[in-house]
Design a protein around this ligand. Structure first.
Ligand SMILES: *Cc1c(COP(=O)(O)O)cnc(C)c1O
Length: 393
């Protein structure tokens, strides 16, 4: 397909694999094998069986009539919040754990910020009986104790990263160090469409089940599989890429990604990597990221832990660059208001991340006969503390 990366993993000028010499062999093994394994009939069968019986797919595509009425258009919600473990993340971790097994790996490592990807990884390791080590910045370990306990209950070892300011970036460095030291038995399970090639392409393919389903579900419900708009929030960009994937080559479908503005794009407290970013290399890929003039990464901020990332997947940087993807942003407050709006109009409490996608609705101009799909990437249980605080204000 046109939007697949080239041989070296580039989407236009973005992507690639900027990795230390000592990681070349691991990445090469993956690059040489991932498409062959993923496309094999045996793999496809196992993947789709688990998607159905374990994750609970297909996730519903729900016509939100009261929300539609409010915005004077036709809004459908893709319910990734109903997946086992509560978000789209499990689509990717199931895919990669099957791949790791196929490659003969016995030990899985991952990095996590708020702990959502760590929990999704620990879940599939328990499912497959594989050893799991999750690196997490010490600051995050303290902030996200319930997820640390979940990972431990699932049998994972959580290793606090003690370097830097002890958050996601530092956990990532520790995970890479581990992978370099254990190249033979260990698989590094990345949680979004980020990192060196082939991770962005591989994760996009696993998450593309979202848009594959939207197409046939919309066709079933409306007679036409092509919506006018697809909206999704964007941290690293995996739920958005999954929701966009099978529409990229249909130019009538407008793809809208909503970044987290935090306290405001120009407040200095933001995670809007397209609005405030410049070109550079992060986690082994060339993309847009928030950095100082001398290339130091700027600590991002968003109320939503899953969007609190200083970069963006290279394929999104490219789609934005060529004008195929519209990128807008929503502040903490706009996201909170959108979360309460969905809850009161439809009885669905969304994740704070997904609330950013919903906040995008108020920023677009829709016609009364437009068909708009919003990807609800996750459920709000994990965000209840934040919601309760906001409610009592
Ligand atoms: C992790 C997470 C995100 C952000 O990650 P992407 O790779 O950008 O999708 C969004 N929504 C939820 C519910 C998450 O858990």
């Amino acid at each position: 397909m046109k939007h697949s990366p080239d041989e070296r993993g580039f989407f236009g000028k973005f992507g690639g694999a900027y990795i230390p010499e000592m990681l070349q062999a691991n990445i090469e093994e993956l690059r040489e094998n991932y498409l062959r394994i993923m496309n094999s009939e045996n793999f496809q069968q196992q993947f789709h069986k688990l998607m159905k019986d374990y994750v609970g797919r297909p996730s519903p595509l729900y016509y939100a009539s009261r929300l539609s009425q409010h915005y004077g258009t036709n809004i459908y919600l893709k319910r990734e919040d109903l997946n086992h473990t509560g978000s789209h993340k499990v689509n990717n971790t199931i895919g990669q754990i099957l791949l790791a097994k196929e490659l003969g790996k016995s030990r899985i490592i991952a990095e996590t910020g708020a702990g959502q990807h760590g929990v999704a990884t620990a879940t599939v390791c328990a499912l497959m009986g594989l050893q799991c080590v999750v690196y997490m910045g010490e600051t995050d370990v303290k902030r996200q104790m319930p997820n640390v306990l979940r990972m431990q209950m699932l049998g994972a070892t959580v290793v606090p990263a003690m370097s830097g300011n002890r958050t996601l970036k530092d956990a990532g460095n520790e995970a890479l160090r581990d992978w370099i030291s254990n190249p033979v038995d260990t698989y590094y399970l990345i949680g979004s469409v980020v990192g060196p090639h082939p991770f962005p392409d591989m994760v996009a393919r696993f998450q593309s089940i979202i848009s594959e389903e939207i197409r046939w579900q919309l066709k079933e419900q409306t007679g036409n599989g092509l919506p006018d708009y697809v909206l999704a929030c964007i941290g690293g960009g995996s739920n958005a890429m999954g929701a966009f994937y099978h529409f990229i080559e249909d130019p009538s479908v407008k793809l809208v990604a909503v970044e987290a503005a935090g306290l405001g794009v120009d407040s200095g407290e933001t995670a809007a990597s397209i609005a405030k970013g410049t070109e550079g290399v992060i986690q082994g890929a060339r993309t847009m990221l928030m950095q100082t003039d001398d290339g130091q990464i700027i600590e991002p901020y968003s109320i939503s832990a899953g969007l609190d990332y200083p970069g963006i997947g290279p394929a999104h940087a490219h789609l934005h660059d060529i004008g195929r993807e519209i990128v807008i942003d929503a502040t903490d407050k706009e996201a909170l208001d959108a979360a309460f709006q969905l809850t009161r109009l439809e009885g669905i409490i969304p994740a704070l991340e997904s609330a950013h996608a919903l906040a995008g609705l108020a920023k677009m101009k829709f016609k009364s006969d437009d068909v708009v799909v919003v990807n609800i990437s996750g459920r709000g249980d994990k965000d209840m503390d934040t919601y309760i605080k906001y409610m009592s204000k």
